[in-house]
Write a protein that binds this ligand. Structure first.
Ligand code: PMP
Ligand code: GLU
Length: 397
């Protein structure tokens, strides 16, 4: 007899968290592993945000909050949406959750029925597919190769739409490719979506503040998309607050209420004193966020220079986030005499064992020809990691 449900048995473990765990285990055995697998800022949360949380605790902010989040926080988020994105979301259109991951899960549960189709411009972030799967929906990948800078065309989008298509989920800046959709590129996709009013969009903008390309554009700022977009954002990346577990959405009142209802049965809302700190983050000094972005940009240049030295790898120039996603398919079929590299996962394991560098194979992001490196790591570690990677790559013939 199966103890576990089919739903969970058939679900895959998060590849990003799996690689991070393997790296930790190796490190526990005394191996000097450089972990470029997990997309987690190596910076600490800015002091003024921590101070606000400590003060909130001291002030006794230790009780349940409204399920969707403290009104003061939703007001601050409402101001943020207007200031940064030109979006009008009233506090009752905003739901704060335990990380953007839960925000996305809430929205999917609110919108998807069994057998609905979810379009994932690919490469995509690992959890979109797993969450769609848990909702018993079917996810359809639309592959944009490195030659297209990993960006789908409007024609590709339209070719994958069927009467069952309910949702499109994408991130810009993108995890894992770093691609950023410009206003014109979004306009091309919007022109297609305008023909299909049933289709909703989850726009994952969690890397908004880590953008080297210029101004961030939200798809909900296109008039025709406002009523059918769930704009997702959070604090993990821009404010280096992964452990705080804080994310949020702006959307229609109807969808926000549905997410509130789901969350009311699942978590009762997120941590009270974190929410006070989140207000300090949104209303406070953006200097630390900008400084982190500049550091990521310097590291990106470093990583791209290293990747350019590896003849078998081909990469786009990431415009945001903190990942490099090279296509490594030219080394498939090569061997060090022991293992043959057949796909990105094989190469990730080869590099973990031989270079002691943790990365993530591309297949869980929808492209097995690739490998993802997070450069949310110090310049020293990046240099050390790529020196080892180049040595290990040179052994493959
Ligand atoms: N979306 C993307 C694209 C991400 O990379 C992540 C990773 N943290 C999340 C959502 C979830 O973030 P959070 O920590 O807020 O759950
Ligand atoms: N989003 C990060 C990543 O892609 C953190 C891990 C996760 O949330 O899955 O590596």
């Amino acid at each position: 007899m199966n103890v576990l449900s089919n739903r969970v048995s058939s679900m895959v473990e998060s590849a990003t968290l799996l690689m991070a765990r393997m790296a930790r285990e190796l490190r526990g055995k005394g191996v000097d592993v450089i972990n470029l697998s997990l997309g987690e800022p190596d910076f600490d949360t800015p002091q003024h945000i921590k101070d606000a949380a400590v003060k909130a605790l001291a002030d006794g902010q230790t009780k349940y909050t409204p399920v969707s989040g403290l009104l003061e926080l939703r007001e601050a988020i409402s101001r943020k949406f207007l200031r940064d994105n030109g979006l009008h979301y009233a506090p009752d259109q905003i739901v704060v959750s335990t990380g953007a991951k839960q925000s996305i899960a809430n929205a999917c549960l609110a919108l998807l029925d069994k057998d609905d189709e979810v379009l994932l411009p690919s490469p995509y972030w690992v959890s979109y597919a797993a969450i769609a799967h848990l909702c018993e929906a079917k996810w359809i990948e639309i592959l944009a190769p490195v030659e297209q800078h990993y960006k789908i065309t409007p024609e590709q989008l339209e070719a994958h739409i069927t009467p069952k298509t309910k949702l499109v989920i994408f991130s810009s800046p993108c995890n894992p490719t770093g691609s950023v959709l410009s206003h014109d590129e979004l306009a091309g996709l919007v022109a297609v979506l305008e023909k299909y009013p049933r289709i909703h969009v989850i726009s994952d903008e969690i890397y908004e503040y880590i953008n080297y390309a210029g101004k961030h554009v939200s798809i909900a700022s296109f008039k025709s998309m406002y009523d059918r977009t769930i704009t997702v954002n959070g604090f993990s990346k821009g404010f280096a607050m992964t452990g705080w577990r804080l994310g949020y959405i702006g959307t229609t009142k109807e969808i926000a209420q549905a997410c509130d209802k789901i969350q009311g049965q699942f978590t009762s809302g997120t941590c009270s004193f974190n929410q006070i700190a989140a207000i300090a983050a949104l209303d406070g000094d953006m200097g630390p966020t900008m400084a982190m972005r500049e550091a990521y940009q310097r590291r990106k240049t470093l990583v791209m220079n290293h990747i350019a030295d590896i003849a078998d790898w081909k990469c786009n120039d990431p415009e945001g986030a903190f990942y490099a996603f090279p296509n490594v398919s030219r080394c498939f079929g090569k061997t060090d005499g022991k293992s043959i590299i057949k796909n990105g996962n094989d190469l990730a394991l080869y590099l973990l064992e031989n270079a002691h560098v943790a990365s993530v194979g591309g297949d869980s992001f929808g492209d097995e020809n690739c490998l993802r490196f997070s450069y949310a790591a110090s310049e020293d570690n990046i240099n050390k990691a790529f020196a080892r990677i180049k040595e290990a790559m040179a052994k493959l013939k």
